[in-house]
Ligand binder design. Structure first.
Ligand code: PEP
Length: 251
Protein backbone atom coordinates (compact mmCIF):
# COMPACT_ATOMS: atom_id res chain seq x y z
CA UNK A 1 0.00 0.00 0.00
CA UNK A 2 1.47 3.34 -1.04
CA UNK A 3 1.29 6.24 1.36
CA UNK A 4 0.24 9.63 0.06
CA UNK A 5 2.31 12.79 -0.15
CA UNK A 6 1.18 16.39 -0.43
CA UNK A 7 4.05 18.70 -1.34
CA UNK A 8 3.74 22.46 -1.55
CA UNK A 9 5.69 24.31 -4.21
CA UNK A 10 6.02 27.86 -2.99
CA UNK A 11 7.65 28.97 -6.25
CA UNK A 12 9.15 32.48 -5.87
CA UNK A 13 6.99 33.47 -2.93
CA UNK A 14 7.73 33.96 0.74
CA UNK A 15 9.30 36.21 3.32
CA UNK A 16 10.72 35.56 6.78
CA UNK A 17 7.66 36.78 8.69
CA UNK A 18 5.04 35.26 6.41
CA UNK A 19 6.86 31.89 6.25
CA UNK A 20 6.82 31.64 10.02
CA UNK A 21 3.13 32.43 10.21
CA UNK A 22 2.24 30.02 7.40
CA UNK A 23 4.33 27.16 8.77
CA UNK A 24 3.04 27.61 12.33
CA UNK A 25 -0.50 27.26 11.01
CA UNK A 26 0.35 24.28 8.78
CA UNK A 27 2.14 22.43 11.58
CA UNK A 28 -0.78 22.98 13.94
CA UNK A 29 -3.43 22.22 11.35
CA UNK A 30 -1.94 18.95 10.14
CA UNK A 31 -1.14 17.44 13.52
CA UNK A 32 -2.28 13.85 13.82
CA UNK A 33 -2.50 13.29 10.08
CA UNK A 34 -2.27 9.61 9.19
CA UNK A 35 -1.36 7.81 5.97
CA UNK A 36 -0.03 10.95 4.35
CA UNK A 37 3.16 12.99 4.46
CA UNK A 38 3.22 16.75 4.00
CA UNK A 39 6.14 18.74 2.66
CA UNK A 40 6.98 22.25 1.52
CA UNK A 41 9.46 23.05 -1.24
CA UNK A 42 10.71 26.54 -0.63
CA UNK A 43 13.06 29.12 -2.20
CA UNK A 44 16.74 28.57 -1.35
CA UNK A 45 17.17 31.62 0.92
CA UNK A 46 14.55 30.25 3.31
CA UNK A 47 15.91 26.73 3.68
CA UNK A 48 17.74 27.56 6.88
CA UNK A 49 14.66 29.20 8.41
CA UNK A 50 12.40 26.36 7.29
CA UNK A 51 14.81 23.76 8.65
CA UNK A 52 14.82 25.37 12.07
CA UNK A 53 11.03 25.83 12.10
CA UNK A 54 10.22 22.31 10.92
CA UNK A 55 12.99 20.08 12.22
CA UNK A 56 11.05 18.88 15.24
CA UNK A 57 7.73 18.60 13.43
CA UNK A 58 6.03 16.10 11.11
CA UNK A 59 6.34 18.42 8.08
CA UNK A 60 9.11 17.63 5.60
CA UNK A 61 10.83 20.12 3.34
CA UNK A 62 12.84 20.47 0.18
CA UNK A 63 13.93 22.74 -2.65
CA UNK A 64 12.45 23.52 -6.05
CA UNK A 65 15.47 23.06 -8.28
CA UNK A 66 19.19 22.31 -8.17
CA UNK A 67 22.22 22.09 -10.42
CA UNK A 68 23.12 18.90 -12.21
CA UNK A 69 26.77 19.67 -11.38
CA UNK A 70 28.50 18.69 -8.16
CA UNK A 71 30.45 21.94 -7.77
CA UNK A 72 32.47 24.40 -9.78
CA UNK A 73 32.26 27.62 -11.74
CA UNK A 74 28.48 27.77 -12.12
CA UNK A 75 27.58 31.22 -10.89
CA UNK A 76 24.19 31.38 -9.22
CA UNK A 77 23.71 27.64 -9.05
CA UNK A 78 23.07 25.45 -6.00
CA UNK A 79 24.27 21.86 -5.70
CA UNK A 80 22.50 18.84 -4.26
CA UNK A 81 25.07 18.58 -1.47
CA UNK A 82 24.30 22.15 -0.45
CA UNK A 83 20.65 21.17 -0.11
CA UNK A 84 21.59 18.30 2.18
CA UNK A 85 23.29 20.84 4.48
CA UNK A 86 19.76 22.03 5.23
CA UNK A 87 18.42 18.50 5.70
CA UNK A 88 16.19 18.68 2.64
CA UNK A 89 14.38 15.45 1.90
CA UNK A 90 13.00 16.44 -1.50
CA UNK A 91 13.99 18.48 -4.52
CA UNK A 92 11.68 19.18 -7.44
CA UNK A 93 13.32 18.55 -10.81
CA UNK A 94 11.91 19.27 -14.25
CA UNK A 95 9.07 21.55 -13.18
CA UNK A 96 7.38 22.80 -16.36
CA UNK A 97 8.32 26.39 -15.46
CA UNK A 98 11.99 25.34 -15.44
CA UNK A 99 11.55 23.50 -18.73
CA UNK A 100 9.68 26.35 -20.42
CA UNK A 101 11.32 29.46 -18.94
CA UNK A 102 14.88 28.24 -18.40
CA UNK A 103 15.26 25.84 -21.32
CA UNK A 104 15.76 22.70 -19.26
CA UNK A 105 15.54 19.72 -21.58
CA UNK A 106 14.80 16.17 -20.50
CA UNK A 107 18.47 15.16 -20.48
CA UNK A 108 19.34 18.04 -18.14
CA UNK A 109 16.42 17.06 -15.93
CA UNK A 110 17.64 13.45 -15.89
CA UNK A 111 21.13 14.63 -14.89
CA UNK A 112 19.61 16.68 -12.06
CA UNK A 113 17.61 13.64 -10.97
CA UNK A 114 20.85 11.64 -10.88
CA UNK A 115 22.76 14.30 -8.93
CA UNK A 116 19.90 14.59 -6.42
CA UNK A 117 19.87 10.87 -5.74
CA UNK A 118 23.65 10.70 -5.50
CA UNK A 119 23.45 13.22 -2.66
CA UNK A 120 20.70 11.27 -0.91
CA UNK A 121 17.79 13.53 -1.88
CA UNK A 122 14.46 12.26 -3.18
CA UNK A 123 13.81 13.92 -6.54
CA UNK A 124 10.21 14.85 -7.35
CA UNK A 125 10.29 14.48 -11.12
CA UNK A 126 7.68 16.61 -12.91
CA UNK A 127 6.33 15.49 -16.25
CA UNK A 128 3.38 16.77 -18.25
CA UNK A 129 2.05 17.89 -21.59
CA UNK A 130 1.11 21.33 -22.89
CA UNK A 131 -2.38 22.13 -24.13
CA UNK A 132 -1.21 21.94 -27.76
CA UNK A 133 0.25 18.50 -27.12
CA UNK A 134 -2.98 17.29 -25.46
CA UNK A 135 -5.03 18.63 -28.34
CA UNK A 136 -2.71 16.95 -30.82
CA UNK A 137 -3.26 13.65 -28.97
CA UNK A 138 0.41 13.20 -28.12
CA UNK A 139 0.08 13.34 -24.32
CA UNK A 140 1.24 9.76 -23.81
CA UNK A 141 4.18 10.20 -26.18
CA UNK A 142 5.31 13.36 -24.36
CA UNK A 143 5.00 11.69 -20.95
CA UNK A 144 6.82 8.59 -22.18
CA UNK A 145 9.70 10.66 -23.60
CA UNK A 146 10.09 12.67 -20.38
CA UNK A 147 10.05 9.50 -18.29
CA UNK A 148 12.32 7.56 -20.61
CA UNK A 149 14.98 10.28 -20.37
CA UNK A 150 15.45 9.28 -16.71
CA UNK A 151 15.01 5.54 -17.23
CA UNK A 152 17.38 5.62 -20.20
CA UNK A 153 20.12 7.35 -18.21
CA UNK A 154 19.73 5.58 -14.88
CA UNK A 155 17.63 2.47 -15.38
CA UNK A 156 14.17 1.83 -13.99
CA UNK A 157 15.60 0.98 -10.55
CA UNK A 158 16.35 4.69 -10.04
CA UNK A 159 12.61 5.33 -9.78
CA UNK A 160 12.47 3.32 -6.56
CA UNK A 161 13.90 6.27 -4.68
CA UNK A 162 11.94 9.07 -6.26
CA UNK A 163 8.51 10.62 -6.57
CA UNK A 164 6.82 11.42 -9.88
CA UNK A 165 4.48 14.34 -10.38
CA UNK A 166 2.15 14.42 -13.35
CA UNK A 167 1.49 18.08 -14.00
CA UNK A 168 -0.39 18.94 -17.16
CA UNK A 169 1.10 22.31 -18.11
CA UNK A 170 -2.34 23.66 -19.06
CA UNK A 171 -3.56 23.10 -15.50
CA UNK A 172 -0.70 24.80 -13.65
CA UNK A 173 -1.69 28.11 -12.11
CA UNK A 174 -4.64 28.41 -14.50
CA UNK A 175 -7.48 27.32 -12.24
CA UNK A 176 -8.20 24.56 -14.81
CA UNK A 177 -7.81 21.18 -13.14
CA UNK A 178 -7.64 17.92 -15.02
CA UNK A 179 -10.74 15.91 -14.21
CA UNK A 180 -10.03 13.06 -11.82
CA UNK A 181 -10.52 10.65 -14.72
CA UNK A 182 -8.18 12.58 -17.05
CA UNK A 183 -5.52 12.58 -14.36
CA UNK A 184 -6.11 8.93 -13.46
CA UNK A 185 -5.73 7.90 -17.12
CA UNK A 186 -2.29 9.48 -17.35
CA UNK A 187 -1.24 8.19 -13.92
CA UNK A 188 -2.25 4.67 -14.96
CA UNK A 189 -0.32 5.08 -18.21
CA UNK A 190 2.79 6.11 -16.24
CA UNK A 191 2.46 3.24 -13.77
CA UNK A 192 1.89 0.70 -16.54
CA UNK A 193 4.90 1.94 -18.46
CA UNK A 194 7.07 1.52 -15.36
CA UNK A 195 5.44 -1.86 -14.65
CA UNK A 196 6.48 -3.09 -18.09
CA UNK A 197 10.03 -2.77 -16.82
CA UNK A 198 9.60 -3.55 -13.12
CA UNK A 199 6.28 -4.43 -11.56
CA UNK A 200 7.38 -3.94 -7.94
CA UNK A 201 8.86 -0.52 -8.52
CA UNK A 202 5.68 0.49 -10.33
CA UNK A 203 3.52 -0.73 -7.47
CA UNK A 204 5.48 1.28 -4.90
CA UNK A 205 5.94 4.44 -6.95
CA UNK A 206 4.28 7.58 -5.58
CA UNK A 207 2.75 9.52 -8.48
CA UNK A 208 1.44 12.94 -7.47
CA UNK A 209 -0.98 15.04 -9.47
CA UNK A 210 -0.29 18.76 -9.82
CA UNK A 211 -2.28 21.51 -11.50
CA UNK A 212 -4.72 23.80 -9.69
CA UNK A 213 -5.37 21.37 -6.83
CA UNK A 214 -7.51 23.13 -4.22
CA UNK A 215 -9.36 22.17 -1.06
CA UNK A 216 -12.53 21.68 -3.09
CA UNK A 217 -11.15 19.21 -5.64
CA UNK A 218 -8.41 17.39 -3.72
CA UNK A 219 -10.51 14.56 -2.25
CA UNK A 220 -11.90 13.51 -5.59
CA UNK A 221 -8.48 13.56 -7.23
CA UNK A 222 -6.82 11.69 -4.38
CA UNK A 223 -9.48 8.99 -4.39
CA UNK A 224 -8.36 7.78 -7.81
CA UNK A 225 -6.41 4.52 -7.59
CA UNK A 226 -3.17 5.76 -9.16
CA UNK A 227 -3.07 9.25 -7.65
CA UNK A 228 -0.89 9.25 -4.56
CA UNK A 229 -1.23 12.85 -3.48
CA UNK A 230 -0.47 16.22 -4.98
CA UNK A 231 2.12 18.83 -5.86
CA UNK A 232 0.45 22.06 -4.88
CA UNK A 233 1.42 25.53 -6.12
CA UNK A 234 -0.85 28.48 -5.35
CA UNK A 235 -2.91 26.74 -2.69
CA UNK A 236 0.20 25.82 -0.70
CA UNK A 237 0.57 29.50 0.25
CA UNK A 238 -2.82 29.64 1.93
CA UNK A 239 -2.76 27.82 5.25
CA UNK A 240 -6.42 26.73 5.34
CA UNK A 241 -6.31 25.49 1.75
CA UNK A 242 -3.08 23.57 2.18
CA UNK A 243 -4.19 22.02 5.47
CA UNK A 244 -7.47 20.90 3.89
CA UNK A 245 -5.59 19.39 0.94
CA UNK A 246 -3.26 17.52 3.32
CA UNK A 247 -6.29 16.26 5.23
CA UNK A 248 -7.89 15.10 1.97
CA UNK A 249 -4.88 12.84 1.45
CA UNK A 250 -5.41 10.92 4.68
CA UNK A 251 -6.25 7.27 4.26
C1 PEP B 1 2.89 23.75 -9.49
O1 PEP B 1 3.48 24.80 -9.55
O2 PEP B 1 3.54 22.69 -9.43
C2 PEP B 1 1.43 23.76 -9.46
C3 PEP B 1 0.81 22.62 -9.53
O3 PEP B 1 0.82 24.99 -9.35
P1 PEP B 1 -0.75 25.27 -9.07
O4 PEP B 1 -1.19 24.35 -7.99
O5 PEP B 1 -0.80 26.71 -8.69
O6 PEP B 1 -1.45 24.98 -10.36
Amino acid sequence: MRSKLVAGNWKMHGGMAQNRLLLDLIVGGTRGLYGADCAVCVPYPYLSQVQSLLQDTHILWGAQNMSQHEKGAYTGEVSATMLTDFACRYVIVGHSERRALYGEDSLTVALKFKAAQSAGLLPILCIGETLEQREANVTEQVIADQLDAVIGLLGVSALAKSVLAYEPVWAIGTGKTATPQQAQDVHAFIRNRVADKDIEIAAGLQILYGGSVKANNASELFSMPDIDGGLIGGASLIADEFIAICRAAQS
